[in-house]
Design a protein around this ligand. Structure first.
Ligand code: ADP
Ligand code: MG
Ligand code: MG
Length: 252
């Protein structure tokens, strides 16, 4: 069962219900996007998937290839093939990008098996070339003093090196400029594969011009209220969210 399944997920922040029964299935091989008005719970969902401690799951479950993601420790989620950009420390003073990635990859190897350093650097440089990153980034400390665009490139580089089975990218609050947007798109498009699933959380239909999603979901008030294909994103860009929210509301 190769999919990421979110089942009837309810969650509170400080005792206030934020997620009110989220249902979603992302099969490997597909790219799904979640859009929705500000405050609808999109980032809350990604933080729960990342294991953020401020969020209390009160009902429901998340299954990754049939296993409970929420029952895993955070580093276990990553080793099991789950990737969330901000799962990783924002800054790691004194630890170079290359060493950080080597350690993360080594941690996934079976006990006693050494990461092949030559192959590692070959792959790292190929990914960096694809993202048009300067080689000097390998020796710089993780995210220390990085600009917004450099951090974004680095996130995508981490994803490309860790080769997750499922990647969740929350682009809502990152103030993406057009260059950063293209970097994200390039990384995701290069990584699209039958054995990988993506969940893209975004406020911007623009991003979906560069990454064409298989499905688009709309979140409002802690639930997915409608789903469609890429045309739904275009319609939302043109007409806003009110018509979807009105259509989903019970008649009164
Ligand atoms: P979105 O990403 O869709 O804009 P969020 O998930 O960030 O929405 O927020 C959903 C709701 O939960 C908002 O009303 C927000 O104020 C509230 N919320 C989210 N995180 C916290 C938190 N850590 N503390 C208090 N309220 C929060
Ligand atoms: Mg927000
Ligand atoms: Mg958000």
């Amino acid at each position: 069962m190769s999919s990421l399944i979110i089942k009837n997920l309810h969650a509170n922040v400080d005792g206030t219900p934020i997620l009110k029964g989220v249902n979603l299935e992302i099969p490997q091989g597909e790219v799904h996007a979640i859009m929705g008005p500000n405050g609808s719970g999109k980032s809350t969902l990604s933080k729960i998937l990342a294991g953020h401690e401020d969020y209390e799951v009160t009902e429901g479950e998340v299954l990754m290839n049939g296993e409970s993601l929420l029952d895993m420790e955070i580093d276990e989620r990553s080793r099991a093939g789950f990737f969330l950009a901000f799962q990783y420390p924002h800054e790691v003073p004194g630890v170079s990008n290359a060493n950080f990635l080597r350690a993360a990859l080594q941690a996934r190897k079976p006990k006693g098996e050494e990461l092949d350093a030559v192959a590692f650097y070959k792959e790292l440089y190929a990914a960096m070339d694809e993202l048009e990153m300067d080689r000097k980034f390998t020796s710089r400390a993780v995210n220390e003093g990085f600009s917004g665009g450099e951090k974004k490139r680095n996130e995508i580089l981490q994803m490309m090196m860790l080769r997750p089975e499922y990647a969740v990218l929350d682009e809502t609050d990152s103030g993406l400029d057009i260059d950063a947007l293209k970097i994200v798109a390039k990384g995701v498009n290069a990584m699209r594969s039958p054995d990988r699933g993506f969940l893209l959380i975004t406020h911007y239909q623009r991003l979906l011009n560069y990454i064409v999603p298989d499905k688009v979901h709309v979140m409002s008030d802690g639930q997915i209220i409608t789903s469609g294909d890429k045309d739904l994103a275009l319609k939302l860009e043109e007409q806003g969210y009110d018509w979807v929210i009105d259509a989903a509301a019970p008649a009164s």
